[in-house]
Design a protein around this ligand. Sequence first.
Ligand code: AMP
Ligand code: MG
Length: 339
Amino acid sequence: MYTLGIESTAHTIGCSVIKVDLQRVGNRSKCEILSDARAVYKAPTGSGIHPREASRHHCDKAPHILKKSLNDSGIKASELDLIAYSAGPGLGPCLRVGAVLARAIAAFYNKSLVPVNHALGHVELGIVLTNSIDPLVLLVSGGHTMILGFNNKKWRVFGETLDITLGQLLDQFGRAMGFASPCGSVIEQLANQSSKNYFPLPYIIKGNDVSLSGLLTAAKELGNGKNIELADVCYSLQETSFAILTEAVERALSFTNKKEVLIVGGVAANKRLGYMLREACRRLSSKAIICPIHYAGDNGTQIAWTGTIDHISTGNRIDVEKAATQQSWRLDTIEVTWR
Ligand code: AMP
Ligand code: MG
């Protein structure tokens, strides 16, 4: 079957067409990616994502991205079997663009429509692309910082941020230093240039949960201080925040005894974080697996794939009039029947 997936929760408007072989349905079905078109909203230097501006961007780009994904895939809209869209969590105005696009195609071509939880999309695509079996998942992105394990029909949260996400920490620090958002990769490059002068910063972990907002305040103060190399501040920020996350993962790992740790979300691109997690996994006889970077951040493929396995296993589909969006929608409220 052919599915079109539409992603528009925050900075990215993405459309992807995938093919899934119905003879191999279930945990081990293959996701054949026929196309993955995206356009990313870039906020002005120093500012974050403005929901209204990002949704304008998505409206402008959506026709081109949709056309490109269909052209690249070689599949006509009439040949699609399913339309999956990211229904939340995310920024209201941005979510609505994707939902309107999905509704329009489903209504015009009389196709089945299925809403997808964006965070679940990150997790499920990471699993299928890496052939993970039963991983502990670290989801670290602009919108999420969560440690998840699957148990009894749900992804259970074994730890999460109590305030801002790891992506927000990096982006808000970077913006305060005058970088253009998203800032994670610039911070990584600067940290690599540091002569490893470590400045102590607040290290807050409560059980398996982490708190990063005090760290942000202290890092901004340090970055604005005199006679301090910005590269050293970036280095100290990465070392502190990644050590906090690694400790939380390590605790969850010794509790759950999982043999794999899968890292998904845009921050999974960071090599230093990957190294720290690999070392922690090695100590606990587990294996760190990083989602292929191109598919670690937001994209239409994660929505297409998750919508497809949901639709196949539960028959889930909704009427066009009911294709709503939810700005807040926790991953651990969803019953997962395909695992
Ligand atoms: P997502 O919301 O999943 O698309 O992820 C976006 C987040 O990933 C943003 O906060 C980026 O700053 C962050 N990010 C992207 N590349 C890197 C990197 N190399 N190191 C750290 N963070 C990164
Ligand atoms: Mg995301």
